[in-house]
Design a protein around this ligand. Structure first.
Ligand code: BG6
Length: 487
């Protein structure tokens, strides 16, 4: 008899948020400014502008360092999760979450990144948060770096370009492992490590204008190398300090199809996809892929590596591969091919796919394709740690009828199940922005992903009241039935 389709027992259903987009309280209880606190909201940008993170000025950095102009910096206020976390976790528990992905704001623990002692108030906040999750039987999945390094390190070293930042990050991580060793088993090192090329400041505190002329790319690759080394060292420490812990890498899965079967399009697509794999390749296989090394050489990019770096990368590879998946795109070598925005990228439009209000092309089957590709390549357990639909929700009589979000998730869950059925090992699924938070790319509040509505507009007006959307009750049923009931 054919085996019936079902998610594995113990499948980790849940949601995901990041400190810089949710917590707010950006300068409370000793927290130092982070790079996210310097990113201002710019009204009326076009969709294409939103495909990249908006440019940063010296003024933005000074505003953050001096604590000016709060209103223009939505990530400083988030949704005040810092003060609302108990209420929010109770709502996640009501939905039946098994896991919540959160990140630790590095500058809450080390305000400048290099302080003599960690900030006890910051450590205590996360201890309380993790205890609250455990009280509700929710497993924390913790990202150590999610677009929120201390601004002081960005200023002093041009972020990850300088090797000293590796030491600072390893120290920060070690403090976290020691403190939370009884509370947290699942860890991610760098969120979307590949995004360093798309938004170097947000990901790695790097401002290209600080590089020597013609050396901006080289600096970005150097910063990336430092993150690879730091990730491996932190993986080593996590395994040593927390026996049985599992550490994952985290990739933006930018699945790309050839726009046509012209061999030129197929080759351009292959290169795009190989580039996307490169980051996980290093963290899973413990070495740079030869084609990437050759490409860097041809482009005149020289990465300074310490003698022991190769050994470190090889010795301390990750236990699982996590990734975000929102959309797919196509690639073409035709100069007039129409490009539309996706997750901080511009890709060639796929005529077969619908798109979100922000232009991201919705492709559930692309998730199954991504799972098959990743599992075939790495043969490591996979964890979908971000997926969701950014949409403008409307409140009518206190209700939010977000069928579009339910349809989106249903289709993505079904494709996940189909991949599991074909043999892919999937640990869990944390939906992105399970409660409305500030958008990473646009700093808008109106780009909502949550099952829980938060009453706040782009300018920060609102009561911050939390409301259950229709999708809240739907996801509750999905989890309760371990995915058997998706109607
Ligand atoms: C991912 C990021 O790339 O996309 C998240 O890891 C982000 O931080 C998510 O919020 C959705 O993007 P956006 O720009 O719509 O918030």
């Amino acid at each position: 008899m054919a085996k019936s389709l079902s998610f594995p027992q113990g499948f980790l259903w849940g949601g995901a948020i990041a400190a810089n987009q949710a917590e707010g309280a950006w300068n409370v209880a000793g927290k130092g400014p982070s790079v996210a606190d310097a990113i201002s909201w710019k009204p009326n940008l076009s969709l294409k502008d939103y495909a990249g993170h908006a440019a940063l000025t010296d003024e933005n950095v000074q505003d953050a360092l001096l604590g000016r102009n709060d209103a223009l910096y939505p990530k400083r206020r988030g949704i005040d999760f810092y003060h609302h976390y108990k209420e929010d976790i109770a709502l996640f528990a009501e939905m039946g979450f098994k896991v919540l992905r959160v990140s630790i704001a590095w500058s809450r623990i080390f305000p400048t990144g290099e302080d003599a002692e960690p900030n006890e108030a910051g450590l205590q906040f996360y201890e309380d948060l993790f205890r609250e999750l455990r009280r509700h039987h929710i497993e924390p999945l913790v990202t150590l770096s999610h677009y929120e390094m201390p601004l002081a390190l960005s200023e002093k070293y041009n972020g990850w370009v300088h090797r000293n930042v590796v030491d600072a990050f390893v120290r920060f991580s070690k403090v976290c492992f020691e403190r939370y060793k009884d509370l947290v088993r699942y860890w991610l090192t760098f969120n979307e490590i590949d995004s360093i090329h798309r938004h170097p400041f947000t990901t790695a505190g790097i401002r290209e204008e600080k590089s020597a002329p013609g050396k901006a790319k080289q600096d970005i690759y150097q910063g990336l190398h430092h993150q690879f080394v730091a990730s491996a060292l932190v993986t080593r420490d996590c395994h040593a300090i927390i026996p049985g812990s599992l550490v994952g890498c985290m990739l933006t899965k930018l699945t790309t199809y050839p726009h046509s079967c012209r061999p030129e399009d197929v080759e351009a697509t292959l290169k795009k996809n190989l580039e996307n794999y490169f980051y996980a390749d290093v963290q899973v296989f413990g070495e740079y892929p030869p084609l990437i090394l050759r490409d860097l050489e041809r482009r005149g990019i020289e990465i300074a590596m310490h003698d022991e770096d190769r050994h470190i990368l090889k010795q301390h590879t990750v236990d699982f591969v996590s990734f975000s998946y929102y959309m797919s795109m196509t690639e073409s070598t035709q100069p007039d091919a129409e490009r539309i925005p996706g997750n901080t990228v511009l890709g060639v439009k796929n005529p077969y796919l619908p798109a979100s209000e922000w232009g991201w092309q919705i492709d559930p089957l692309g998730l199954k394709i991504s799972l098959l590709e990743l599992y075939d390549r790495y043969q490591k357990p996979l964890f979908i740690v971000e997926n969701g639909l950014g949409a403008k929700d409307v409140v009518v009589d206190g209700k939010i009828h977000d069928d579009y979000r339910i349809d989106y998730f249903r289709a993505h869950f079904e494709q996940t199940l189909a991949a599991i059925h074909e043999g892919v090992e999937v640990m869990g699924f944390t939906t992105w922005g399970c409660i409305d938070i500030i958008s990473a790319g646009t700093s808008q509040m109106s780009k909502r992903y949550g099952f829980i509505y938060v009453d706040q507009d782009d300018e920060g007006n609102g009561s911050l009241q939390r409301l259950r959307k229709d999708s809240f009750w739907w996801y509750q049923r999905v989890i309760a039935s371990n995915g058997a009931d998706m109607n």
